[in-house]
Design a protein around this ligand. Structure first.
Ligand SMILES: *Cc1c(COP(=O)(O)O)cnc(C)c1O
Length: 404
C-alpha cells in the first residue's frame, strides 16, 4: 500500500537523519526510463540514480536474476567461496585485461567509496612494500569526487565538503585537474598513487582533456607511483566505451574502481588491480561482510550480460550525440560537454540550474543541477531516440518559461 508524499515526508523528517537536500517527490516504481511517484505522476528519468540504473528501472533480465538468486542463496561469509563471486571477478578482469593489456584481480565492496577505500589501502600496502614506510601519499585533483568515508573524503578535492570533518586522514594532497606540471611538482618519493576520474562527474561533468591521462601515466611510470582511475560513475558503457579512460591513448591504469552501474542499482563496488599490485594484499589485509555476496554478484553478472548483448556503449555514443545536439539547439544553453550519455548543459548567464532542475521535475523530467549553472543528464543507456526527444521537449518548455 503506497503512502502519500506528505506522510512519507513527515516520516522522513521525524526518523531519517537530515543529510540530504531532497527534491519534493517520492518515487515508488520504475520501468525502463520511466518513474512513477507516490501520487501516480509519471516522469522520464534522465538521471538514473546518478548514472547507476544504467539499464533502466526494473530491467527484466536483472530482476529475474535477483529474484532467482534471492530464492537460492543471498549471502554467505567471505570465509567461504560462493558460486557467483569468482565468475563475476573473471568477467570484470577480462574486460579490464582487454582495456589495459594486463591481467588483474578484483576485490568486491558495496559502494563506490568502499571500492576507492580498497584502492587507497592497496596503494599504501604496495607503495610501502616497494618504497618504504614514507611512501603512502595519494594525489588527487581539485573538484574531484571519490566518496564520503573519511578517507575517500580526504581524497575528494572539495574543501567545502571536508571542512566540517577535520582532522581527515593524512597523506592526501590535491592538485589542479588537467595540469600536468602541477602534478609533476607534487610527485615526490612519498607518493604511492595518483587517483583521478576520467570525467569529473560530481565536479560538473568535466572530461580529462586530450593527452592529460597519457601524460599522468608517463609521470607515474617515471616516479614509480600507481595510476588509479575512479570509474565509479564513468565505467561500464556510460561514456560510450566500457571505461572512461579508453577515450585516451596509452593510459593502462594499475587500479580501476567501479560501482554505480555494476549492479543496475544493487549495491556493489569493485576494485580491480594489476596482478602484481593486487598481490600486495595478503589474506587478512582487507575484508568486508557483504562484498561479493551471491545476490549482488548474480545481479552484476546479469547486468554485464545485458550490457554485452545490447552493446550499450555503442548505444550511449549514438543517443549521447542525439542528446548533445538537441541540448545545444536550445537558446538558453550556451555550452554542452561530456562523453556518451554523461552530459552537462551549461545555461546562459542569469539562469540558475537549481530552479530549472526543480521545474523540470515539476514537468516530469528528472535531471539535476550538477553545478549552480549547469544541468546533468545521465539517462539509461537503453534510452530510445523518442525518449531523448521527449526529454528535450520538456526541457525546452521549462526553459522557455524561465525568466532570468
Ligand atoms: C558516486 C561516486 C563515488 C562514491 O560512490 P558511493 O557509492 O556513493 O560511495 C566515488 N567516485 C565517483 C567518481 C563517484 O561518482
Amino acid at each position: 500500500m503506497t503512502q502519500h508524499y506528505d506522510d512519507l515526508w513527515k516520516l522522513d523528517h521525524e526518523h531519517v537523519m537530515q543529510t540530504y537536500g531532497r527534491q519534493p517527490v517520492a518515487f515508488v516504481r520504475g520501468d525502463g526510463t520511466k518513474l512513477w511517484d507516490s501520487e501516480g505522476k509519471v516522469y522520464l528519468d534522465f538521471l538514473t540514480g546518478l548514472a547507476t540504473v544504467s539499464l533502466g528501472h526494473a530491467h527484466p533480465a536483472v530482476a529475474d536474476a535477483i529474484a532467482d538468486q534471492a530464492r537460492t542463496l543471498v549471502h554467505v561469509s567471505n570465509l567461504y567461496l560462493n558460486d557467483q563471486q569468482p565468475r563475476l571477478a573473471e568477467r570484470i578482469d577480462l574486460l579490464l585485461t582487454s582495456a589495459t593489456g594486463t591481467p588483474g584481480q578484483v576485490f568486491f565492496a558495496n559502494s563506490g567509496a568502499e571500492a576507492n577505500e580498497c584502492a587507497i589501502k592497496l596503494a599504501r600496502r604496495y607503495g610501502q612494500s616497494s618504497g618504504g614506510p614514507e611512501r603512502y601519499h595519494v594525489l588527487s585533483a581539485y573538484n574531484s569526487f571519490h566518496g564520503r568515508t573519511l578517507t575517500t573524503l580526504a581524497a575528494t578535492g572539495q574543501p567545502q565538503k571536508q571542512e566540517t570533518f577535520q582532522p581527515l586522514p593524512s597523506g592526501f594532497r590535491q592538485v589542479e585537474f588537467a595540469d600536468v606540471d602541477a602534478l609533476a611538482a607534487a610527485m615526490d618519493e612519498r607518493v604511492c598513487a595518483v587517483l583521478l576520474e576520467p570525467v569529473q562527474g560530481e565536479g560538473g561533468v568535466q572530461p580529462a582533456p586530450p593527452g592529460y591521462l597519457e601524460a599522468v601515466r608517463a609521470l607515474c611510470d617515471e616516479r614509480e607511483a600507481l595510476l588509479m582511475i575512479d570509474e565509479v560513475q564513468t565505467g561500464l558503457g556510460r561514456t560510450g566505451r566500457w571505461f572512461g579512460f579508453e577515450h585516451s591513448g596509452d593510459v593502462r591504469p594499475d587500479v580501476v574502481t567501479l560501482a554505480k552501474a555494476l549492479g543496475n542499482g544493487m549495491p556493489i563496488g569493485a576494485c580491480w588491480a594489476r596482478r602484481d599490485v593486487a598481490g600486495a594484499f595478503k589474506p587478512g589485509d582487507h575484508a568486508t561482510t557483504f562484498g561479493g555476496q551471491p545476490l549482488a554478484a548474480r545481479a552484476a553478472l546479469a547486468v554485464l550480460d545485458v550490457m554485452e548483448h545490447e552493446n550499450v556503449a555503442a548505444r550511449a555514443t549514438e543517443q549521447g550525440k542525439r542528446l548533445m545536439v538537441g541540448l545545444a539547439d536550445l537558446t538558453q544553453v550556451k555550452d554542452v560537454r561530456g562523453l556518451g550519455l554523461l552530459i552537462a548543459a551549461e545555461l546562459v548567464d542569469g539562469l540558475a540550474a537549481g530552479p530549472v532542475a526543480a521545474s523540470c521535475l515539476d514537468h516530469g523530467l528528472v535531471v539535476n543541477a550538477v553545478t549552480p549553472t549547469s544541468l546533468r543528464f545521465a539517462p539509461p543507456l537503453l534510452v530510445t531516440a523518442e525518449e531523448i526527444d521527449a526529454g528535450i521537449a520538456i526541457l525546452k518548455e521549462v526553459l522557455d518559461g524561465q525568466h532570468p
